[in-house]
Design a protein around this ligand. Structure first.
Ligand SMILES: Cc1cc2nc3c(=O)[nH]c(=O)nc-3n(C[C@H](O)[C@H](O)[C@H](O)COP(=O)(O)OP(=O)(O)OC[C@H]3O[C@@H](n4cnc5c(N)ncnc54)[C@H](O)[C@@H]3O)c2cc1C
Length: 370
């Protein structure tokens, strides 16, 4: 039996384990954390990733726990509508849910014996036809292939590429889940409000909750009520309703695209190779697409080095394009200059729904299962 070691038990690592199992392999996951714990934020899963989950027979389980988004609305900071677009899709709906629910669904679909916790990879190397991985707990394993799904600060990537750190894009992102639904917010809509160097987004995340995110061109505050003072009342109500200890704060980071993302019997996947700013909510979705394409390359090519290179070639253009759109969408969203903001608002208001839908379909229609 071919031995495949996956390093990292996040969205990408667990999805590639499931996809490979579907193709008849028995991969093992090595995760540094002692337990795969609750990650206290929401995650949007767009139609391109729902297609992957559907192929893994998990879409119905996800739908049971998620909120469905049939429409996207853009508002100004006072709640006035700028534009809206219907994204209703019966087959592969856009949804959002608690990350813990997604993680749990992926994890419980795998045999527990294939998950090794408390296994922090510290070093890897190829010896002949084998990959050797060494862990902080003193263990070391030998496998036929090594998949680095170890996130934005990937140890495997840094050992292999030795390139710079992820690039900070100049703004902070907060995330929270409010236990209350607000009647002012239309159900089934993902809403994004634009202000001066600030944005606020919200949407249903299932189980009667609303997920939200906020961005600002500042790093040194946690007082969101102050940052969003004077904004549309539901924004402040959502912040107030969310226990402050559960609000997550991070910088917006990504990396320029690279063509080099694997060597020999090792490859990278997800944030380890193409971390993406959160503006389109696509980083995790891309990791799921990677997972499916990698498994399909192994299935059609056989488990060999050429299958890994084929996967990398197949994914380069797609992941760099989505990362690029995400970065620029974020840059424009963070504009402060009054003229630039006026231009942004006018341009957004003038986009016809049919054009907005066509642009979104470029991202949503990608079929990683084919
Ligand atoms: C604010 C914000 C909002 C976002 N919103 C969305 C969204 O709505 N939709 C979406 O699709 N994406 C979203 N993303 C992006 C998404 O979170 C990531 O793209 C996704 O988590 C990447 O999955 P991954 O498996 O590659 O990495 P991760 O999820 O980071 O998983 C990496 C795993 O590897 C483990 N690990 C790390 N180092 C080692 C080691 N040395 N040895 C063993 N294990 C190791 C880690 O513990 C972790 O479990 C958002 C990101 C941010 C920052």
């Amino acid at each position: 039996m071919v031995r495949i070691a996956i390093v990292g038990g996040g969205i990408g690592g667990l999805t590639v384990a499931l996809a490979l199992r579907q193709c008849g392999f028995e991969p093992e996951v090595f995760e540094q954390a002692p337990a795969l714990l609750d990650v206290g934020a929401a995650i949007a899963i767009w139609p391109n990733a729902m297609r992957v989950l559907d192929r893994l027979n998990l879409a119905d389980k996800i739908l049971e726990q998620a909120g469905v988004m049939d429409e996207i609305r853009w508002l100004d900071q006072h709640g006035r509508l700028i534009n809206r677009v219907s994204i209703k899709d019966r087959r592969y709906p856009a949804v959002a849910l608690h990350r813990a629910d997604l993680q749990h669904t992926l994890l419980t679909a795998l045999p527990q014996s294939s998950i090794h916790l408390d296994s922090e990879l510290v070093q890897h190397e190829q010896r002949g036809e084998k990959m050797i991985a060494k862990f902080a707990n003193g263990d070391s394993i030998e496998s036929d292939f090594l998949i680095g799904a170890d996130g934005i600060h990937s140890r495997i990537r840094s050992q292999f590429l030795n390139d710079h750190d992820p690039v900070y894009r100049g703004y902070t992102v907060w995330r929270g889940i409010s236990p209350t639904i607000l009647s002012a917010i239309p159900s089934g809509a993902a809403v994004e409000l634009h202000g001066r160097g600030q944005r606020f987004g919200l949407g249903p995340v299932g189980k009667g909750r609303l997920g939200w995110w906020a961005t600002a061109n500042v790093t040194n505050t946690n007082d969101l009520l102050r940052v969003f003072d004077g904004w549309y009342r539901p924004v402040l109500q959502l912040i107030e309703a969310t226990p402050s200890s559960s609000i997550l704060k991070t910088g917006a980071f990504d990396r320029p695209a690279t063509r080099t993302w694997g060597r020999g019997r090792m490859t990278l996947l997800g944030d380890a190779i193409h971390p993406t700013t959160p503006n389109l909510g696509q980083g995790g979705c891309l990791a799921m697409e990677d997972a499916m394409v990698l498994a399909r390359c192994f299935e059609s090519n056989g488990a060999n080095e050429e299958a890994l290179r084929r996967y990398e070639r197949a994914r380069h253009k797609r992941t760099s394009a989505v990362s690029f759109y995400s970065r620029h969408y974020g840059n424009i969203g963070q504009w402060e200059n009054v003229w630039a903001r006026g231009l942004r608002r006018t341009a957004l208001a003038l986009v016809p729904e049919s054009l907005a839908q066509r642009l979104m379909q470029i991202v949503f229609k990608y079929d990683a299962t084919n």
